[in-house]
Structure formats: C-alpha cells, structure tokens
Design a protein around this ligand. Structure first.
Ligand code: NAP
Length: 338
C-alpha cells in the first residue's frame, strides 16, 4: 500500500490555537488540507475567524464534526488541559484517531490509557517553537525542517505480524503525513526514550535558562546593560510562559532529575577548579567545545542548515516495521514511508 495524504480527503481538527496549534492550522490550510478547529478563549476564535479560518468556541460541536468527517484530531493544549480534552473526545468523538504536540510523552500515554483511548492515540512532539504564546504570534513555516517526533509504543504492542489494515496504523500514518506536509522531518521514538532525550536537550535548557536569567539580573542595571548575545542566547527560552515551562518540566521529573544531577556534577567540578588557583577550566572548555561540535555535525551550525541525519524507509504495518522503527530511533534517523 502506498501512503499518501494527498489522496486522503479526511480533514484535520485542531483543538487549541496557540503558537503550535495556530501555526499548524496556517500551514495545513496553505498546503490545501481541510482543517478546522476549536479554541477555549473567544478572543482567539474571533481573531482566527477574521484571518479566514474555520474555527469555533463550541467544543462539543467541533468534536461531533470531527467524528462525522473522520477527522484526525490534534490536541494542541498544555498537559494540564488534556484530561478535559480526553473526556470530551471520548464522549463526542468516540471513534476518531488523535495525536498531541506536548513536550512529554510517557505521562500523556499513561493519561490516554487511563481514559481507555490508547488504541486511537499516536503521540507527537514538534521540536519547533518560540518563546511566544497565542494566536497573534502564530507563524507560517514554523515546522519547516524541524524534527517532529512520532511515538510508536502501540506498534510494539501490536507485534510484528502484518498489521497494515489496522485502524491504529492508519492513524499513525496520518500523523506522519501531516507532519511531513508542513515540512517537518519525522523521527520515531518510544515515549520514555523521547522523554529521556528531551529532558537533556529541551527541559534542562529551560531550567538552566531560568537560573542564568536570575543570575544575570542579580547583577543589577549595569550587568543588564552590558548583556549581549551570549546572555540573550543563553536565556532566550526563559521568555517562555511560566505555566508552559512548569507543564514540561514537572511532567518529566525523573528524566529531568537525571540530566540535572549530571549537570550539577559538571558545574560543581568547574566550581572546584575555579576555587583552586592551581587548577583551570581546560577540561570543561575542551569537552563542552567538542560536545557542541558533535551537535553541529549532526544538526548544522545554524538553524536551517543542512542536517546529517540518516533516513530510513519504513513500510507501515508490514512485518518487520517495528525493527525498522527501532533502528531509526537508535540512530536518531528520520523516516520516509512507502
Ligand atoms: P500557547 O501559545 O500558550 O497556546 C496554548 C493553547 O492551549 C491556547 O490555545 C490555549 O487556549 C490552550 N489552553 C491552555 N490551557 C487550556 C485549558 N485549561 N483548557 C483549554 N485550552 C487551554 O502554547 P503553545 O506553545 O501552542 O503550546 C501548546 C502545546 O504545544 C503545549 O503542550 C506545549 O508543550 C507544546 N509545544 C510547545 C512548543 C513551544 O515552543 N511553544 C514546542 C513544541 C510543543 P486559550 O487561548 O483559551 O488560552
């Protein structure tokens, strides 16, 4: 079977039209996909309607429409809002497949399981964003060239037999195709391995950026006047809405604690070296520089540069596809499906 979302006329329904949901809506509409959505606050609904989008503040009616049109539902709200969404989804859209965009995956999988919705769920996480919030800051092209993680926990439970006719595999393929349609590169991951990785490269940077912003600020007006690019770059994500930072970090505690403990050890030994005139920061500077070099070799020096990610071809639902996904994940490879 060839998977091609262009041949799929089923629409996409986005719940939550902030930075991520609103930007997704803009890109899907620009790509010609049928897309409609819902948002809690009236102000956003009116702004999106003024921009020509098909959105509503009636959650029940939006979900009933999703059910009637077999839409793929995308939950674009923070983790604390998910229980209400799942409750409504269960009641008003009892058969549709759905995904999410939250930056933690194991807790979300567990929550979805509690609601008995696991066989309809594929986790997602676009590794794209800014520190701004709301419809007014939505951007066209936000996901272009970004990695979009798609979980495959359920593929492991389905086993290695031919499951190409499965409804869950159909949802998985729709999520992959949606991400690719907005220009993202899909990388598969099991939820707990995703959480271990994002603790290091996303949640830890948030914690460190908050601490760095506070340390700089404690220097008073002169320090803030002198602050230039290194302070601006290092504290950029401290500009994120505090409730989003809390939702990310507090829902990934154990992986974040591991990453934070390792970092504290590094900082502690840097402190010891600084406090002792007979020692220096050679090791920290050399190892940090080499680590940054490895990141640049994989991801490019600047945002938008060519990456060096391998690409693995995957045939969804076919025997052996779980192994294909596992090897893609172990290499941090993006996938193409055929
Ligand atoms: P955002 O711009 O602040 O938008 C949040 C959206 O969630 C708004 O539509 C808001 O509706 C809605 N919402 C918040 N609390 C709600 C509640 N209790 N009930 C119903 N709706 C609620 O945030 P965002 O950056 O788009 O983040 C949305 C999700 O994307 C989060 O899970 C975040 O982890 C994930 N994510 C963010 C980034 C990033 O860089 N920002 C990157 C990847 C993934 P109102 O308009 O009514 O407030």
């Amino acid at each position: 079977m060839n998977w091609n979302l262009d041949a799929d006329s089923r629409p996409i329904c986005i719940l939550g039209l902030g930075l991520i949901g609103g930007s997704l809506m803009r890109d899907l509409a620009a790509a010609g996909r049928g897309v409609f959505g819902w948002n809690r606050s009236e102000k956003t609904v009116h702004a999106a309607q003024r921009d020509g989008f098909n959105v509503s503040e009636d959650l029940q009616a939006t979900l009933e429409r999703a059910e009637a049109s077999d839409a793929l539902v995308v939950l674009c709200v923070p983790v604390p809002a998910l229980p209400t969404m799942l409750e409504a989804l269960k009641e008003h859209a009892p058969s549709v497949g759905f995904t999410d965009v939250t930056s933690v995956k194991a807790e979300v999988h567990a929550l979805v399981d509690q609601y008995g919705l696991t066989d309809r769920f594929v986790g997602g996480h676009p590794m794209a964003g800014t520190a701004d919030s709301g419809w007014s800051v939505t951007l066209k092209g936000l996901f272009q060239g970004a990695v979009w993680v798609v979980t495959y926990d359920n593929a492991v439970s389905l086993g290695d037999a031919d499951s190409s006719g499965s409804r869950w595999v159909d949802t998985w393929v729709r999520v992959v195709c949606m991400a690719q349609l907005v220009g993202a590169d899909v990388v598969p991951s099991i939820s707990r391995r995703h959480d271990g990785s994002v603790a290091r490269i996303s949640h830890l940077p948030h914690v460190l950026a908050e601490a760095l912003a506070m340390a700089g600020d404690a220097g008073g007006p002169l320090a803030l006047t002198l602050a230039a690019s290194s302070f601006r770059d290092g504290t950029r994500v401290a500009g994120t809405a505090p409730e989003l930072v809390r939702a990310m970090c507090e829902n990934n505690r154990s992986s974040l604690l591991t990453a934070l403990d390792e970092t504290l050890e590094i900082l502690h030994s840097a402190r010891e070296a600084l406090a002792d005139d007979s020692r220096d920061l050679r090791e920290l500077a050399a190892e940090g520089h080499a680590a940054r070099g490895r990141f640049e070799a994989r991801a490019g020096r600047n945002k938008g540069d060519q990456t060096n990610r391998p690409i693995i071809r995957v045939r969804p639902g076919a025997p052996g596809w779980v192994e294909q996904l596992e090897s893609a994940e172990s290499m941090g490879a993006q996938i193409s499906i055929f």
